[in-house]
Design a protein around this ligand. Structure first.
Ligand code: F6P
Length: 319
């Protein structure tokens, strides 16, 4: 293998730049040429591709977002789109590809593998919802952003003696809600993996008020439903003055934490090693702090699960 490509796809996540840097530098270290593909699979279809050198990935390890831009590409879900992409890869003489992104991006990578094209997936999403890795690139940074925001909201919640519903991202996964809720001592954490009974939530809030509690924080993962609706229901059923904050895309930006930079560097470099070893159709991940390699097919066929013990702990600590 002489020439590889790298792209980022789907929702961006802090640390993607560190992963791009690792892919480029590790490849060049092993005398490979590296081509950057801009705007994910859309750029692949359009041939928006250029050679990257060592300097082109300088000064990006600390930056959020992705230097290669990203997109969600409907066209690549079609056979025609995939064939156009493969044509471009052939035209540029790119023999293997590293795809950095979430499960949608992994599905795109899987299509390339089905067409016989060596592709490796690097998990990059704030949602932390990819089976086969304990952590995805960007999760830790998003978590710290959420924690910082909730700390600030708690100040005003305390001053005004209010109940706050805070909606966080995560698509169908509750990891961001659970981890941030545990880290912030939230009174209630609502995740899509567990069906909550509003009666329980209301009686918990009432028990708290009876004990003299003046404010409460309720974290709602977006996969559960609308934070605004949940806030209204809580106010109606408890008579507690309730406010709702939807944190939104602030969770996807910002300088990556040390944890994410290191994870991205390790996973990006590992992806190049896997390509060099002649493997295709794999994803790299981290389990028990060890780098691991799994079949993309296998990862995509499994369902991400929430850490049940951690969920139970959050309940025990927020009595
Ligand atoms: O997958 C990352 C993510 O931020 C999800 O948490 C969220 O549901 C989605 O992307 C939002 O996507 P978009 O930026 O396209 O609105």
């Amino acid at each position: 293998m002489k020439r590889i490509g790298v792209l980022t796809s789907g929702g961006d996540s802090p640390g993607m730049n560190a992963a791009i840097r690792a892919v480029v530098r590790k490849a060049i270290f092993h005398d490979l040429e590296v081509y950057g593909i801009y705007s994910g699979f859309a750029g692949l279809i359009n041939g928006d591709i250029e050679k990257l050198d060592i300097g082109s990935v300088g000064d990006i390890i600390q930056r959020g977002g992705t230097k290669l831009y990203t997109a969600r590409c409907e066209e690549f879900k079609t056979l025609e789109g995939q064939e156009k992409g493969i044509e471009q890869l052939k035209k540029f003489g790119i023999e293997g590809l590293v795809v950095i992104g979430g499960d949608g991006s992994f599905r795109g990578a899987q299509k390339l593998v089905e067409h016989g094209y060596p592709t490796i997936g690097v998990p990059g999403t704030i949602d932390n919802d990819i089976p086969g890795t304990d952590f995805t690139i960007g999760f830790d940074t998003a978590l710290n952003t959420i924690i910082d925001a909730i700390d600030k909201i708690r100040d005003t919640a305390t001053s005004h003696e209010r109940t706050y519903v805070i909606e966080v991202m995560g698509r169908n996964a509750g990891d961001l809600a659970l981890w941030s809720g545990l880290a912030n001592g939230a009174e209630t954490i609502m995740v899509p993996e567990v069906k909550d009974d509003m009666k329980d939530i209301v009686s918990r809030l009432k028990r708290g008020t009876d004990r003299g509690k003046k404010h409460s924080i309720i974290i709602v993962a977006e996969g559960v439903g609308s934070g605004v609706e949940i806030g209204k229901e809580i106010q109606d059923k408890t008579d507690l003055e309730t406010r709702v904050t939807i944190l939104g895309h602030i969770q996807r930006g910002g300088s990556p934490t040390a944890q994410d930079r290191v994870l991205a560097s390790r996973l990006g470099a590992k992806a190049v090693e896997v390509l060099l070893a002649g493997d295709a159709g794999k994803m790299v991940g981290i389990e028990n702090n060890q780098l691991v390699v799994h079949d993309i097919d296998d990862a995509l066929s499994r369902k991400h699960s929430l850490d049940e013990k951690m969920y139970n702990l959050s309940k025990e600590l927020s009595i």
